[in-house]
Design a protein around this ligand. Structure first.
Ligand code: HEC
Ligand code: HEC
Length: 367
């Protein structure tokens, strides 16, 4: 046995950057209001993955896919002689090779479905043009995205267990240490980088970091920016703002269907215990405005989901709808009772953009 240089610097940098971005993406998925950060990290992960595929084709020995041992008889032999190995692998052993390919493919699928969900459901990012009535019902990309993420956790667990068992069973190989210093104690020749490979690595890894910084510092970037337009209700319909925004949040008309608005406007003298009656002229313009911009008319996620969740099309309290209850079920009662909030119906205490007609994840205030 000798000391062999197996993992060159770009392969190791890839590995640790990949780990950090996956952990980062996971943390950023814990709160809805961090969704743009999650998308920015996911985009960087996408570039890093493309680099890894190119690296797998033209990279140095051991990192190339053609050096991954995917022969089934080799896998069988490896697993049968796990405790008493007949052969030490300089690069990935057969079991690890399978896990690597599975992890890279799963991350690719998670990114693709993530970008689809982000575009179709959230009207954000590269595929925002797919956010139309035509695709409005396709809200399952988010779920497929989660499926691939869960699969990735399983693969990561398999990978970590593989490395740890290698540490116990084949300690002298230095598999774990090799991901830090690049060297293993095995038979084989050392990997060497050509000039072109160094160049490609610099572009791939540098590009990943540059993209991450760019998406974080330029919110209008095409990868994470949202396309839901803010509405200036004061311009669009001053009566609506003056009358319906005086006692509470100015609820966007896109939050309830036509039937709800018709019913509510038909009984304003007894409006949740208050008298909100209007003179006939205001009543006519406000009702027309609400009906023209009701949930049916919008492809925004909140409108589509509201429509899908309503069995009774004539509910008038947004906070009583199944959609609203479901989205807010994790918020403890005492939060709504706080002085700064006071009521579930006080949307603007938590959604800083609601009075502009949109409810974006990144405009949810920390509670
Ligand atoms: C005189 C005060 C007043 C005016 C004016 C008023 N409202 Fe209300 N509205 C209330 C009160 C009080 C509630 C109950 C709020 C709560 O549950 O905290 C309410 C509740 C609502 C809700 C349901 C909120 C929930 O619980 O989900 C909607 C929707 C609504 N109002 C729409 C309107 C519209 C549209 C107009 C204009 C035509 C309007 N309101 C004008 C007092 C008013
Ligand atoms: C106490 C703060 C609070 C109040 C008040 C509140 N919300 Fe929310 N809302 C949240 C939080 C937090 C989330 C994210 C929930 C999650 O996914 O964990 C959310 C999520 C949502 C979403 C889903 C956004 C998305 O894209 O995932 C909609 C739509 C929404 N709220 C509408 C409303 C409306 C309409 C009102 C008023 C009738 C309201 N909220 C009142 C805190 C609040």
């Amino acid at each position: 046995m000798k000391r062999v240089y197996v993992w060159t610097l770009p392969t190791r940098l890839f590995h640790w950057l990949f780990v950090s971005l996956i952990v980062g993406a996971w943390i950023a998925s814990l709160e809805d209001r961090w969704l743009s950060l999650h998308a920015a990290i996911g985009s960087a992960l996408g570039v890093l993955l493309v680099f890894r595929v190119i690296w797998g084709i033209m990279g140095p020995k051991y990192s190339r896919f053609s050096d991954f041992n995917l022969r089934l008889d080799a896998l069988k032999e490896y697993l049968l002689t796990l405790f008493n190995p007949s052969r030490h692998y300089a690069g990935h052993n057969p079991a690890a090779s399978y896990v690597m390919i599975a992890m890279l493919s799963t991350v690719a699928l998670a990114i693709i479905t993530g970008v689809l969900a982000y575009g179709i459901q959230e009207n954000r990012g590269l595929l925002a043009f797919m956010h139309t009535g035509l695709f409005a019902e396709m809200d399952w990309f988010g779920e497929i995205h989660e499926f691939f993420v869960n699969l990735l956790w399983v693969l990561i667990a398999a990978h970590v267990m593989g490395v740890l068992s290698d540490r116990l069973l084949h300690k002298s190989d230095r598999t774990l240490n090799s991901m830090i210093d690049g060297h293993k104690n095995v038979d084989g020749e050392s990997a060497v980088l050509t000039g072109t490979q160094k160049m490609v690595a610099l572009i791939g890894i540098g590009g990943t970091i540059a993209l991450l910084i760019y998406t974080l510092y330029v919110p209008s970037n095409p990868l994470t920016a949202g396309h839901n337009e803010k509405i200036d209700y004061a311009k669009a319909n001053p009566a609506f703002v003056n009358e319906c925004g005086s006692c509470h949040t100015l609820y966007p008309p896109t939050l309830l269907p036509r039937e709800s608005w018709t019913k509510m406007m038909g009984d304003l003298s007894n409006h949740f215990g208050d008298d909100a009656s209007l003179d006939p002229a205001d009543h006519t313009t406000i009702l027309a405005y609400l009906l023209a911009h009701s949930a049916e008319s919008s492809s925004q996620e909140m409108s589509v989901k509201m429509m899908q969740s309503l069995e009774n099309r004539d509910m008038i309290a947004i906070t009583q709808t199944p959609f609203w209850k479901r989205t807010h079920r994790d918020i403890p009662d005492e939060v709504f009772k706080r002085d700064a909030i006071k009521s579930r119906a006080n949307c603007k205490a938590c959604h800083s953009d609601v009075e502009q007609g949109i409810i974006e994840d990144n405009a949810i205030k920390a509670i």
